[in-house]
Every structure is written in C-alpha cells, then in structure tokens.
Design a protein around this ligand. Structure first.
Ligand SMILES: [Ca+2]
Ligand SMILES: [Ca+2]
Ligand SMILES: [Ca+2]
Length: 414
C-alpha cells in the first residue's frame, strides 16, 4: 500500500475534543447483500454513485480507493468482508483544504435483518486525517461511510484505505479520541501496534493537579512515540515521549489524551508498555532493619556521619509521597545496595508502596570483608563502606551504610 499518512501534523488551530453536535448520517432502509454483490460484479456506472448503503462499493481489505464528494452532505459508502478474526481499520486522507470537513463512519452489517449498527466515527477538524477501527470476526461484513460534513470538492479526491490486521491487542478499538480507553489519575497498559496505522488512545482523567511521569517502553524497532494532548486533539501534541525514555509533566485536573503510535514501522507481536504515574516528590521515614542482630543507627566515622549498620539480611523501609506531601500508593520502588569491597558490587531489589505509601523491601547481601575497623575499649568492629539508593517515579534518596563483618575482641588483661 502506497498511502502515507501525515502523522506529524503542522501546528493546528486549537479545537476542542468534544464530539461535534451533528447527527450521524441516517442509514435509510436495509441492505440487500445479494444486490450489492451483483452490483460489484456488474457495471458500476449503471448503478450511479455509491452514495447510500444500498449502493455501497465493495473493497478488498488492504486496498485503497480515491474518489470525490461533489456537494456538502454527500456520502460515499463502501463495504468489506472479513476473512478471519482480527481487526478492521479504515483510514481517510481528507482533502487538504481548511474549508472542507470530511468525516468517517464504520458500521457492522447484520446479515439477519440487513441493518447496520454504528461501531465508530472519527470527527477530526479540517485537514486532519480520519481513522476508525473495530475488532472483527471471520465472515463479518463492515460498512464504511465518508461524509462531507462541511463543504465538498468535486475535483480533489479523498483517499480511503481499509486494512486488516490479525493481532489486535485487548484494548482495541482505541484508534481515535472518540474510541479512547478511559483511565483515571494514571495509565498502566501493555499493548501492541498491530498495523502501521494503529493508534492507541487513552482518555486520562486527572482528579487533582500533580506531576506525572510518562514512559513508553518496547523492544520493537520502529519509531514508537507517546503523544500528550489536552483538548486540542487535532493539532500538534503538547509533548512527545520517545520509546524507552521517560519524562515528567504537571497536569491540571481535567481530561487529557495520550496517544501511542509509530512514525514508521511496527512489530505487531512485540508489546509496548505505556505508563503514566504520579511522580514521587520524596521518599521519607527511611530506615534499614537488619535481621541478623546488628541493627543499629550509629556513627563509625564522623567524616561520614551516622547511618545504619547492616550485615547480610536487611529490610529497607520508608514512605513514598508526591510533590505535595500526599502519600503515593501502589508505586514501584527500586532499591540498589552497593558493596564495593565484596565479591558482588551491586544488589538490586524492588517493592511496591501500599495504600499508605509505605514500602518494605527485603534484600540479601554478600558478607562484608571487614577492611575497615572501629575501635572500642574491648575490641574492634570490622566493616566495609557501603551505600544504597532508593528510587521511585523520578525521586531518589541514598546514604552510606556500615557493612558489618565481625567483631574482634581484644585479650582481657589480668
Ligand atoms: Ca473531519
Ligand atoms: Ca493497539
Ligand atoms: Ca488502536
């Protein structure tokens, strides 16, 4: 297929994301598929324009067609046959003219009674492409309507492409803002881009202002991107997050839109994960418990200041809060403990904060060598310098540790 989509749009005029107030074009009467098939096999010119469901033009999946709409409110109808379970995507490259507004509709055909049921619509502003999709099963028939909502151009054509893909993810259909999945105060999803046109939209409701960390991770080789929109879904996104990176944005209460797509190729079998989560402002009340009987918060060396004494089995505890000091539940916390004097320089562990923002991460550490010693009257405690880092959603805290090895007791004099 040669059709290229303009995924990176020029700056648009701000528009709102609310659906237009126009009513969906009426579907007059029922469709007799037998008549449609004879029409497809015969001379199309005999039957006039395909401006109603009853005169819809058959399209093979994974093909495209270019045609014109001559007058405002005219419709052009097409239908496709689904050979196997999967997804049908319709993509409309509209006429590039700011005074024209074409829209796109997708209907499911009911063979029992010949009626059409609306599955999806796409109502972008002028000059923006339109796109809809639907999960589809073997043998089903879908109808597609192109509608000249405002203006028409009898000379310059639109181009309609209809694609079939076999591996849609479970959150489909979500190819446009009107088909978006809903989420509140965060997104955590694993999805795929099942064809090069696939867009995965989420409508994110933010109930209170906060800073959110956005990330998009995938092993797919294409140029996968996450785009953030406010109400202007028609123009340039407010922000872009490239795959395998993260960024933080402060969002006010209201509805935001998150779109994931690829600028070039997709790997349908390779999932991506999209995550939007409240950014951590601080990790507080940190303490390190030690289960081997050396638990203490002491000062072996005034040059470093006091810290925890650990041995081989320890638990790191604390509380995660957002930038406003509100506890941050259900958030992954990563622990790294550095023991450079031992055979294993780094030990990693993870936990998740509970409903109170509290986390508790147990970790097994290598035994210390005891290259340093802290003298007291009757002996010396041998230890190594160690350190840790706790991090979560953009915040981190770290400190040195005393990695206890053993106690050497001096001979008691007579
Ligand atoms: Ca439109
Ligand atoms: Ca998808
Ligand atoms: Ca999608």
């Amino acid at each position: 297929m040669s059709l290229q989509r303009a995924k990176e749009l020029a700056s648009g005029v701000p528009e709102t994301a609310t659906a237009k107030s126009q009513s969906v074009p009426g579907v007059a009467g029922r469709v007799d598929l037998g008549q449609l098939r004879s029409r497809a096999a015969g001379n199309v010119a005999l039957f006039g324009a395909n401006n109603s469901p009853q005169t819809a033009q058959y399209l093979d999946l994974n093909t495209q067609v270019s045609a014109t709409l001559a007058v405002q409110d005219e419709q052009a109808w097409y239908y496709v046959y689904v050979p196997a379970n999967g997804k049908v995507t319709a993509f409309l490259q509209t006429v590039n003219n700011a005074s024209l507004d074409y829209d796109l509709y997708l209907y499911k055909y009911n063979p029992a009674d010949g009626t059409l049921a609306l599955q999806a619509y796409s109502f972008y502003a002028p000059t923006h492409y339109e796109q809809v999709s639907t999960p589809a099963a073997t043998g089903e028939i879908y109808f597609i309507a192109v509608h000249a909502y405002q203006g028409a151009d009898p000379v310059n054509p639109y181009t309609l492409a209809v694609l079939y893909s076999s591996l849609p993810d479970v959150d489909e259909p979500n190819d446009n803002p009107w088909q978006a999945r809903s989420a509140t105060d965060g997104i955590s999803a694993s999805r795929t881009l099942d064809n090069a046109f696939d867009e995965d939209w989420t409508a994110l409701t933010v109930t209170q202002e906060n800073t959110f960390v956005f990330s998009l991770n995938t092993a797919a080789t294409g140029t996968y991107q996450l785009h953030l929109f406010a109400t202007n879904i028609h123009g340039t996104s407010l922000a872009t997050v490239n795959k395998n990176t993260q960024a933080a944005f402060t969002l006010s209460p209201g509805t935001w839109y998150v779109r994931v797509l690829s600028l070039d190729t997709v790997t349908p079998a390779e999932p991506y994960t999209v995550r939007v989560a409240v950014a951590a402002g601080a990790l507080t009340d940190i303490k390190v418990l030690n289960h081997t009987g050396v638990e203490d918060y002491i000062n072996y060396n005034p040059a470093y200041g006091p810290s925890w004494r650990i041995q081989t089995t320890a638990t790191f505890k604390g509380t995660l809060k957002d930038r406003y000091g509100r506890v941050l539940p259900n958030t992954p916390v990563n622990l790294a403990v550095y023991t450079p004097s031992t055979y294993r320089k780094q030990t990693f562990a993870t936990g998740v904060s509970d409903a109170s923002g509290a986390f508790s991460i147990p970790v097994e550490l290598p035994g210390a060598l005891g290259v340093l010693k802290y003298d007291f009257v009757f002996g010396a405690e041998h230890y190594d310098m160690a350190s840790f880092t706790l991090s979560a959603e953009g915040a981190s805290v770290g400190r040195h540790l005393w990695h206890y090895a053993y106690t050497e007791w001096y001979p008691v004099g007579l």
